[in-house]
Ligand binder design. Structure first.
Ligand code: P6P
Length: 337
């Protein structure tokens, strides 16, 4: 029986590292630690319905969202594996108000990790796919001292790595270090992430659109015109498009990355800057989509060019196939916001 070449994620990390002649292996260790945390979280997400980690806590996070036990557990897992060998000097998470306190042994760390440990957690009890999203930067503050907020408030184009884990019908780890996007599917029988989607590319145009149309009344005229245009019948442009929105960013993003289309979370009356966070949702997915040939804007500017001012700041997000994002921008730029 002829075997496909079986490439584990660890082997892929090492092969990617060869592109950097002076690599010390520290960056690779961060990727390894992230994949280890993903294996631990996937084990507990899979049995969430069986043990008492479903349901809600009395806590809420920096955005005032009630925290699900599983997302707090996931946060602890990622923090503990990241805070292990002094390579990371600064950690920031959706679940923590400020920078996560790391001990003095981390002061020599040269890297920064920003993450959303379990996005879409409001869907946990309904067994809907959820995800982890992460970004990796080089520190900008002087080494040997405690990290500073400026280490995490970097524009997205400074990311040296980004990715997500989707806990769906199978668990996948999808990442980029600026050399294409690569997807690995978890095989629980051997406890390995195996390369299943090498060099992922999103279609130039797709016919899926993802937006919460429940917010229709607060959409700008440009967005209303664009969505209405998608619903018209026009065979040459593949319209009407299909609406697909599960309300779990990683699941909606991953499907559109593979099939083509656009995901939109615009400003609304309730959230004028949109609901999604720039640092640990928009930026990592924007790096992934650009590496896969797609685009990501906030409606006027490239997401990766935005300079964050606050840790949990939000941004409108238009992300997906390049032709779909360009068409949406045409409508937005025709009508006043
Ligand atoms: P809405 C989940 O809470 C989340 O942050 C994303 O995963 C998801 O895409 C979005 O919010 C859904 O928001 O307002 O449509 O329910």
């Amino acid at each position: 029986m002829k075997f496909q070449s079986i490439i584990t994620i660890d082997r892929h990390f090492i092969e990617q590292e060869k592109r950097f002649p002076y690599a010390t292996g520290e960056f690779t260790k961060i990727l390894y630690n992230l994949s280890l945390a993903a294996k631990i979280v996937t084990r507990d997400v899979r049995k969430a319905g069986l043990v008492d980690i479903l349901g809600i806590t009395s806590e809420s996070n920096s955005s005032g969202e009630v925290q699900k036990k599983l997302d707090m557990y996931a946060n602890d897992v990622f923090v503990s594996v990241m805070n292990h060998d002094g390579i990371v000097c600064a950690l920031a998470s959706e679940e923590n108000d400020g920078l996560i306190e790391l001990d003095e042994s981390s002061w020599g760390g040269r890297y920064v990790v920003v993450f959303d440990p379990l996005d879409g957690s409001s869907n946990i009890d309904a067994n809907v796919s959820i995800g982890t999203i992460f970004s990796i930067y080089k520190r900008v503050s002087p080494a040997g001292k405690a990290s500073e907020l400026r280490d995490v408030l970097q524009p997205g184009y400074k990311q040296i790595g980004a990715g997500y884990v989707i806990y769906g019908s199978s668990t996948m780890f999808v990442y980029t270090t600026g050399n294409g996007v690569h997807g690995f599917t978890y095989d629980p029988s051997c406890g390995e992430f195996l390369l299943s989607h090498p060099n992922m590319k999103t279609p130039a145009r797709g016919s899926l659109y993802s937006i919460n149309e429940g917010n229709w009344v607060s959409f700008s005229d440009g967005i209303k015109s664009y969505i209405s245009w998608l619903k018209e019948t026009d065979k040459p442009t593949g319209r009407p498009y299909s609406s697909r929105y599960i309300g779990s960013l990683v699941a909606d993003f991953h499907r559109n990355l593979l099939y083509g289309g656009i995901y939109i979370y615009p400003g609304t009356e309730k959230a004028p800057q949109g609901k999604l966070r720039l640092l640990y949702e928009c930026n990592p997915l924007a790096m992934i989509i650009e590496q896969a040939g797609g685009k990501a804007t906030n409606g006027t500017r490239r997401i990766l060019d935005l300079v964050p001012k606050e840790l949990h700041e939000r941004s409108p997000l238009f992300i997906g196939s390049p032709e779909n994002v360009d068409k949406a921008m045409e409508f937005l730029n025709q009508s006043p916001a």
